[in-house]
Structures are given as structure tokens and as C-alpha cells.
Ligand binder design. Structure first.
Ligand SMILES: Cc1cc2nc3c(=O)[nH]c(=O)nc-3n(C[C@H](O)[C@H](O)[C@H](O)COP(=O)(O)OP(=O)(O)OC[C@H]3O[C@@H](n4cnc5c(N)ncnc54)[C@H](O)[C@@H]3O)c2cc1C
Length: 817
């Protein structure tokens, strides 16, 4: 076989992800596309998938993606002439516990808000739709008529044909054995059939994507787990249009297969496939049966569908599928290597997701940037540490098991922890800290009365930890609280052109005196937030950029890719070199005055100013900035002195009501103060106009910046959506993600919710969309759909109203997450 010597775009892997990517690239007009598959198309994981295709996803963009996938699968056969096995049989999801029923109702409200048709139905109606199911123990169910099922191999071959019709070349029996890198970019690949030069490489290698990524130093953190289903002989009452059925409380799903049932699931403790490396010869192969591992699913299935007790089982299929550390797939251009894209790690939803994911990655390749907010699946959410195989294997055992398990609000993953710890970790643990994990960092969520106090059980109502967090909030508002925020991302940009680079990237004025600090938006060409962060000018040509704990890889990538070849500016991730200890509250200055001889009065250390000070025996940088609202100082402390600084503050503050406080308090306080956070209220699809954050933008700063043109264009346009605060009925406890309803119509969703002692109720932030963006103002009554029940709430343009604010600065300051 002779390969072309050069192509523009080369795809590795001929499963559904690779074929969908090729199909969509050709739809976007790319002719010069080559897909290489080491075996035959579909031979990896795709050929043995069950083929369930559902639409419900946790957010708007992911739902849009899966809805598009269904439209594509429904029309593909007509386009290519190759059958896909697509059947719009609908799906029924049942609830066997009251809590699951509450969650299903919330998901249904959200899905409707995202444009998916969902009906709440009774157990009897569920039984009518799915007669072989037992329903006497059900609390309710949801019916999604637009869902369906497909034959994964046929669907993939149909996508492949569509790609070929569009001009792509798909070759089988060619293993890609190496990646050629020149000047920090992909330049081609080595294969078993010779070299091919290319400009863009897309890693669609399924469970091989991690080891294939390593060939070029690209981290693709996924790991295979053994994954099972059974197929039975024919069963009376089972027909081709029988809906897909999911019983998440039993961890199981069903689909009709040749008149019998295909039943599989996500057992709570999964079995990572410890094959290292995965052989490239693993083609059209399966793993050994393991009835012991399958037993919990089988037991639950016999309960839900008693016909399985006697139905002959034709096979127990065990195939490996890749899972990721957070259960979301991996998409985008790798931060390690220009021109290297990834579309892999589908967590047992690759058939449902690949139609849409193939389009998104094709648009990303062609457009040069993510086409919309894809943060949930963005490859840049993972730091290099996530490549560790022991941690990946353990986490895979956990994330597969969580697929159907009840996910409680603020539930933390358990495996691979503790990993990244602040120097204060043991001290805080000894004071009762209950830790959560973000981007591998252990962070105190809240403090229990004693270390031995058990963590309150997860639940859907008012949480057991709330009173402790309220105490932390009160200390912050009325006395002084200390927060360990060492997990902040910290990037140092240095060099002759550092200022010019930041002026081009940041929407706010960065040309400020040394020691000043500014909160700024980082916008894309559409005027959307790529990030929001604070910048401290620590020397004429040196800037410390402080960003959210989850974002340093992403932000560093955004900054680096915008440094022009002729510019001299070097970016270094210094997150692990600096601890951040925040001292917040009206007594903060008194406390700092006891441990520092330096003048920290508001006249000397003004808002958004920083300065090096003595603190105990240490030297630290004090920054007058508060994200929680109110007076306070952030201390940037060399890591090796963090313990000393913390001890000095604790010793000095006892009589001032000093309290340790955690991230739940930070979050609730910033919501109370109306402050937005990236990843919740801010993202690539939100502009500063919509977010009410023009204070992070200086249109007239004297030079152009990315996003300025878009903002000027949008200036007089009506808002597509608008961020507001919502004060809820005091009896209700909400968590975020609830639909906002006016006159029976869903007009948006709450992005964040926290308890506000000042309001005596929950306060939320959320966007209202379309017409509602013009109609909803301070005082407008709305309903929040809380677990399916309407709860009254009042909208506020900003809560609390400006006149009532005791906050040091209105609006936004600092970075939280
Ligand atoms: C039991 C089971 C049931 C499932 N049920 C469902 C379901 O109902 N619904 C759903 O949506 N999903 C389901 N899935 C998940 C779905 O099968 C996968 O997510 C999907 O098939 C992944 O597709 P892919 O293209 O990423 O990977 P693959 O299909 O594995 O394709 C990757 C390809 O890359 C090739 N390759 C790797 N390395 C190289 C190299 N160096 N050179 C050339 N080629 C290379 C491989 O040979 C392989 O063909 C199920 C999975 C399992 C195991």
C-alpha cells in the first residue's frame, strides 16, 4: 500500500470518533483528510458497543451536541445509502428511590430548558411503555421520546462512507508508530507503511489514545475498564421499538436486541483493565467473561425485569472501554504540541457523543479555536500530574461506578487523594478541615467542630455542614477569617514584551505602576470570557497572573499561543512556588498590624495595591483585594514560609474572633456579593455586557485588545442573556443548576447558589435568556424549579442593592476558584 507523502489533516483511529471527525472535516470543506486505522474500521471498541443513544447532558452545549448527533444519525442513511440501524424508540429512565425521583425531575426541567422533549410519567405509564418491567417499587420515571438506539458498527461505516464521499481517504491496516515534531508543531507521522507529512494530527485512538499520546509527549489521561452486558434469546413482549430503559438505582440499562434483551450497566466498583501497554493487535477482540463482577448487575436486573430469571442468556460480553478522571471525554488541541488534537475517552458514551464530538473537533481544527464553551471536555482541564497510571486505574474504577450511582450535590471523588497539598494541609486537617479536591489540590471546604466529627452525610436538602459554614461566613463579615487559597493558578510572565502581550490579551489596563494589581477579563474574538484573572505588576517587565485553581493549563496555553514569534516574553507556571493566605474581615487590618510592623492602613495600602511586608519572621507580598467582599488582604507567601505565616496569624488573632474558613464559605460569600466565577457565570460564550462585568474592561485603554472589536459591535445590541441575582424563599435550599421559570416558561438556569446569612435564605446567580433578558429586573418575581417543585424567588439586578452594600468595592474583584 502506498500512502500519500503529505496531507493537511491526518486522523489516527478508525472507530466512531475518527470516522465522525473525518466526516465532519469533509463537510467543512477539508479535502485533504487521511484517516489511518491499524486494523479494520470499528475493530477497537466501537464494534461491540451496545448502541444506546441519549440526549440528556448536564449543560446546554453538551446537550446541543448530543441533539445534533441524533439528527445526524436519523438522516445519515438517506445521505450515504448505508444503513445505521437507527431507531427512534425513545427512552424511559426510572426512579426507584425518592431522591432519584427528585434528581430526575431536576434533570427533566433542565433538559427542557435546553430544548429536549422530556415528560414526567407515573410508574404505571412507565410500565405501559416497558411491559416487561416491574414497576411496583418505582417513584416515577421520565420519558424522552427523541432518544433511540443504533447499530454502532453500521453507523460508523455509514459515517466512513459519508467521509469518503466528501473526499476523505480512509485506509486500514496502517499503524501509526511515531509523530514527527518540528519547531514545536506536528509535522507528520511515521507508520508501518512509511512517513506522511501533515499539518494537523487528530488522535482518535480510543483506549490507545493515552499511549499513542505519549509518543509525542501529549497527556491524554484515560484508562480502560472492563465493561459488560448480556444478550438474551427472544423474550415475549420485547419488540424492535421497545424503548431503551435505564434503572440507575440498579446501575443497569436495557435495549432490545433481535427480539431479546441486551442488559448492561455500571457496577459500583468497576474493574480497570490492567493491560500495559494495550497491544495494538487487540482488534475485534473481547475479554474473558467475569460473572462474579457482573453478579450485582444481574441481581438488580432480575429484580427489575423478572423475565431475565428464565430467559436463556446467549452471551456475557466483556469489552474494554476508556474512562477519564472526571467522567467527561477529552477534546481539543493539546497544550503540549501545536497542531495535535485529541478526540477520545468517551466513558461508555462514544456512540451517543461521537456524532456531535466529531463536528466540534472538526470545527475546532478548521476554526483554530473551540467553537463554543467546551470547558467540560477541554483537554486543558488536565494537568501533567493526571498522567499517573496508578491514579488513573484507581480513578477509572471509581468513575465507571459513578456513571449511574446517585450523584449528590458537592459529592467529592475519593480515589487518588490526597495528592497536591498546601504546606498548611496537616495543620488545617488537625483543626477539623473537611477537604475537597480541585485539579488535584486538596482544599478545605469547611471546618468541622473537631477532626473526629464525621462528615455529614450527602443529601439533597439543607446540608449538615451549613451551620459551620455560616459561622465561617459570619467571622468573615463581622470579625476576621483566614483562608488557604494556595491552589490558585499562578503564572509568571516576564520579558521585554510581557506588557505588550498582556495589553493585547487583557481587556483591562495592564500598563500600571509596579505593585499595582488589576482584575481583568481575557476575551476571545467573540467577546466571550476565555478567563478572568488578576494581574500584579511585580516589576517593570514581570507580571504575576493569578487565576482559578482549575485553569492554569488552559490560561497558560491561551497566553503562550498568543505570544508572537518575534516577541520576547516567557511564561512560567509558578503555582507551586507561592501559597496564598487570605485574611478577610473587618478585623483583618488589626490582626495584620499585630504581626507586621508595616503600615497596612487603607491610605498606605490602597485597594488593588500590593507591597512586600514583614510578617512574623517572613517576607510576603500583601495585596489589598477581596473576592468575598469587604475588607481584607491576600498574602502571597513563598511556600516554605506559609506554615510560619499561618502560625503567626493564628497566634495573634485568638481574641479577634479569628476563624479558619473554607471554600464553601468563599463561594457563598462571593455569590452574596454578586461576584461571578469562571466556569459558572463566566465562559467563552458570555460577554462582559451579559455578565455585567464591564468594570473588567477598558475599551479606551489606548490600545487594541482581543475581543474589543466584538464588544464595540455588541455595544448597542439587545442582550441575548443577562446575569441576575435571585433571592429564594427562606424555606428552600438549592444547589445550582435549577431552572428559572416565569409564567410556566423556563427562561434560564441558576449557575451558582449559596446560603446568605444576610438574606436569611439562599441567593443564586443565573442568566435569563431571550426576551426575559429585557423583562426581568430587580423585584421581578420568578419561580425556581427545585427538584420538580416551584419555589418563589425574586430577581435582583445585583444583590444586595448598591445602597445597602457594606462591601469594600461593588462588582468584582479577585479570583476565586
Ligand atoms: C460493553 C460496552 C458497551 C457500550 N455501550 C455503549 C452505548 O450503548 N452507547 C454509547 O454511546 N457508547 C457505548 N459504549 C462506548 C463506545 O463503544 C465507545 O465509547 C466508542 O466506541 C469509542 O470509540 P472510539 O472511536 O473513541 O474508539 P475505538 O472504537 O476503539 O477506535 C479507536 C481506533 O484507533 C485505532 N488505533 C489505535 N492506535 C492506533 C495507531 N497507533 N495507529 C492506527 N490506528 C490506531 C484502533 O485500532 C481503534 O480501531 C460501550 C462500550 C462498551 C465496551
Amino acid at each position: 500500500m502506498t500512502l500519500p507523502t503529505h496531507v493537511q489533516t491526518l486522523i489516527v483511529g478508525g472507530g466512531i470518533a475518527g470516522c465522525s471527525t473525518a466526516y465532519h472535516l469533509s463537510k467543512l470543506g477539508r479535502k485533504d483528510v487521511l484517516l489511518l486505522e491499524q486494523g479494520r474500521l470499528t475493530c477497537g471498541t466501537t464494534w461491540h458497543a451496545a448502541g444506546l443513544v441519549g440526549q440528556m447532558r448536564p449543560n446546554r452545549n453538551m446537550t446541543r451536541m448530543s441533539k445534533y448527533g441524533i439528527e445526524l444519525y436519523a438522516s445519515l442513511e438517506a445521505e450515504t445509502g448505508l444503513a445505521t440501524g437507527w431507531k427512534p424508540c425513545g427512552s424511559v429512565n426510572v426512579a426507584a428511590t425518592p431522591e432519584r425521583w427528585m434528581v430526575l425531575k431536576k434533570q427533566a426541567a433542565l433538559a427542557r430548558s435546553f430544548g429536549v422533549e422530556v415528560q414526567l410519567i407515573t410508574p404505571k405509564e412507565a410500565g405501559d411503555l416497558y411491559p416487561v418491567m416491574r414497576t411496583d417499587d418505582l417513584h416515577g420515571a421520565i420519558w424522552i421520546p427523541g432518544d433511540g438506539k443504533a447499530n454502532p458498527a453500521d453507523l460508523t461505516m455509514s459515517l466512513a462512507k459519508g467521509a469518503r464521499l466528501g473526499g476523505a481517504t480512509l485506509l486500514e491496516g496502517v499503524e501509526v508508530t511515531g509523530v514527527i515534531v518540528e519547531q514545536g508543531r506536528v509535522a507528520g507521522v511515521r507508520t508501518t507503511h512509511g512517513e506522511v507529512r501533515c499539518e494537523v494530527l487528530i488522535n482518535c485512538a480510543g483506549q490507545w489514545a493515552r499511549q499513542f499520546g505519549q509518543l509525542a509527549g501529549v497527556n491524554v489521561p484515560l484508562y480502560p475498564a472492563e465493561h459488560f452486558y448480556i444478550v438474551t434469546d427472544r423474550i415475549d413482549g420485547v419488540h424492535p421499538m421497545l424503548p431503551v430503559m435505564r434503572d440507575p438505582d440498579g446501575f443497569i440499562y436495557y435495549k432490545e436486541e433481535v427480539g431479546g434483551l441486551l442488559m448492561g450497566g455500571f457496577e459500583p466498583v468497576a474493574k480497570p483493565w490492567r493491560m500495559e501497554p494495550i497491544p495494538n493487535s487487540f482488534q475485534f477482540q473481547l475479554l474473558d467473561e467475569d460473572w462474579e463482577q457482573f453478579e450485582p448487575l444481574m441481581t438488580n436486573a432480575i429484580h427489575r425485569t423478572p423475565c431475565l430469571e428464565t430467559a436463556p442468556v446467549k452471551m456475557l460480553l466483556n469489552g474494554p472501554e476508556s474512562f477519564t478522571p472526571d467522567g467527561n471525554f477529552i477534546l481539543g488541541e493539546a497544550p503540549e504540541l501545536r497542531g495535535y488534537f485529541v478526540c477520545a475517552g468517551f466513558n461508555s458514551a462514544g456512540i451517543a457523543n461521537s456524532g456531535g464530538a466529531g463536528r466540534l473537533i472538526a470545527e475546532w481544527v478548521v476554526g483554530g479555536e473551540a467553537p463554543s464553551d467546551l470547558w467540560d471536555v477541554d483537554i486543558r482541564r488536565f494537568g501533567g500530574f493526571s498522567a499517573n497510571r496508578k491514579a488513573l486505574a484507581e480513578r477509572t474504577g471509581e468513575t465507571l461506578g459513578l456513571h449511574y450511582a446517585m450523584r449528590w450535590p458537592r459529592q467529592e471523588l475519593q480515589t487518588g487523594r490526597p495528592l497536591r497539598t498546601s504546606p498548611l494541609y496537616d495543620l488545617l486537617a488537625a483543626r477539623g478541615a473537611e477537604f475537597g479536591s480541585k485539579n488535584g489540590w486538596e482544599r478545605a471546604n469547611y471546618f468541622k467542630p473537631t477532626p473526629a466529627t464525621p462528615r455529614p452525610a450527602y443529601g439533597l436538602g439543607r446540608p449538615g455542614w451549613l451551620d459551620w459554614v455560616i459561622d465561617e461566613q459570619r467571622a468573615t463579615r463581622d470579625a476576621v477569617a483566614i483562608y488557604d487559597q494556595s491552589s490558585f493558578g499562578k503564572l509568571l510572565l516576564q520579558g521585554r514584551d510581557a506588557l505588550a502581550v498582556l495589553q493585547r490579551l487583557c481587556a483591562n489596563q495592564i500598563d500600571m505602576p509596579v505593585d499595582r494589581m488589576v482584575y481583568t477579563a481575557l476575551l476571545n474574538d467573540r467577546g466571550g470570557f476565555e478567563s478572568d484573572l488578576t494581574v500584579i505588576r511585580i516589576a517593570a517587565e514581570s507580571f504575576l497572573i493569578v487565576t482559578g485553581s482549575a485553569q492554569p493549563v488552559r490560561d497558560a496555553d491561551w497566553i503562550r499561543r498568543h505570544i508572537a514569534a518575534e516577541e520576547f516574553a516567557v511564561l512560567t507556571d509558578v503555582s507551586a512556588l507561592w501559597s496564598v493566605i487570605s485574611v478577610m474581615g473587618p478585623q483583618a487590618r488589626e490582626l495584620l498590624g499585630r504581626v507586621s510592623p508595616d503600615d497596612l492602613s487603607p491610605q498606605s495600602l490602597k485597594f488593588a495595591h500590593t507591597g512586600e511586608i514583614d510578617l512574623g519572621h517572613a517576607r510576603v507580598r500583601a495585596a489589598r483585594m477581596s473576592y468575598v467582599g469587604g475588607p481584607g488582604v491576600e498574602l502571597y507567601v513563598p511556600v516554605e514560609m506559609a506554615r510560619h505565616v499561618y502560625m503567626a496569624l493564628k497566634e495573634a488573632g485568638g481574641d479577634l474572633g479569628l476563624k479558619d474558613a473554607g471554600y464553601y464559605a468563599i463561594d457563598a460569600l462571593r455569590i452574596e456579593a454578586g461576584r461571578r466565577t469562571w466556569g459558572a457565570e463566566l465562559g467563552p460564550d458570555e460577554t462582559p455586557y451579559e455578565a455585567g462585568l464591564m468594570l473588567a474592561v477598558k475599551l479606551d485603554k489606548g490600545c487594541d485588545f482581543i475581543g474589543r472589536e466584538a464588544l464595540l459591535r455588541l455595544h448597542d445590541q439587545p442582550l441575548r442573556k443577562k446575569l441576575l441575582s435571585f433571592v429564594l424563599d427562606p424555606a428552600a435550599y438549592a444547589w445550582g443548576g435549577e431552572a428559572i421559570v416565569i409564567d410556566g416558561q423556563t427562561v434560564g438556569e441558576l449557575s451558582s447558589v449559596g446560603w446568605s446569612p444576610k438574606a436569611g435564605s439562599c441567593v443564586g446567580l443565573g442568566y435569563v435568556r431571550g426576551d426575559a433578558a429585557q423583562r426581568v429586573h430587580t423585584g421581578t418575581p420568578v419561580h425556581i424549579d427545585l427538584w420538580g417543585e416551584p419555589v418563589s424567588a425574586t430577581a435582583w439586578d445585583l444583590w444586595p442593592p448598591r445602597s445597602a452594600q457594606s462591601l469594600e468595592r461593588p462588582g468584582q474583584a479577585g479570583t476565586v476558584s
